[in-house]
Design a protein around this ligand. Structure first.
Ligand SMILES: [Zn+2]
Length: 179
């Protein structure tokens, strides 16, 4: 392939200690951690909480909600974004934080309530697409923070494109998101 056809995808992200985050982002991560307690996850025992910040600084939280019919499970990011949408704030989301923690260790033994995963988990594909829609509705890149109860390691992305390159949008088929 000729070199002019080659394009390199560069993903920019930062690994930031909690205390180095801007104050509002620190608060958002802590809100996401608190939201893990609202998780209904008896099947995976993977507690996930999310928090979004709106343009007027309102914070809305959510957690993953599982079901005995596994396929009906909804992730924390989507419950949170849809909560904002249901409050009439679908165009107002500017930042999102997501925290995950385990409720048992690799041997299946219970662990402390605040124990954490080794690494932050990034959103699943479905949530990335929903985040993209929220970002498109707002019209500018959303700050994304991924946390695993490790104060030394928060992953910070500027815009969903970093985790969903060439994502699908209603704009692709001429949809007016303001309609
Ligand atoms: Zn998801």
């Amino acid at each position: 392939m000729k070199e002019e056809y080659l394009r390199k995808l560069i993903v920019w992200y930062a690994v930031v200690p909690l205390k180095r985050l801007p104050y509002d982002e620190r608060k958002l991560v802590l809100a996401a951690r608190k939201a893990t307690h609202q998780s209904h996850s008896p099947y995976s025992r993977f507690r996930v909480g999310a928090a979004v910040k709106l343009v007027d600084r309102t914070v809305i939280t959510g957690a993953n909600q599982e079901n005995a019919s596994y396929g009906l499970t909804v992730c924390a990011e989507r419950t949170t974004i849809f909560s904002a949408n249901n409050l009439g704030r679908k165009k107002d989301i500017v930042k999102l934080a997501c925290t995950a923690r385990k409720a048992f260790d690799v041997d299946g033994n219970p662990i402390a309530e605040n124990d954490y995963c080794a690494e932050p988990s990034l959103s699943c594909g479905a949530c990335r697409q929903v985040i993209k829609e929220a970002e498109d509705l707002h019209g500018s890149p959303m700050i994304l923070l991924f946390d695993a109860y490790n104060d030394e390691k928060i992953l910070r992305f500027n815009g969903v494109e970093s985790i969903l390159p060439w994502g699908f949008s209603g704009k692709d088929f001429g949809m007016d998101l303001n309609g």
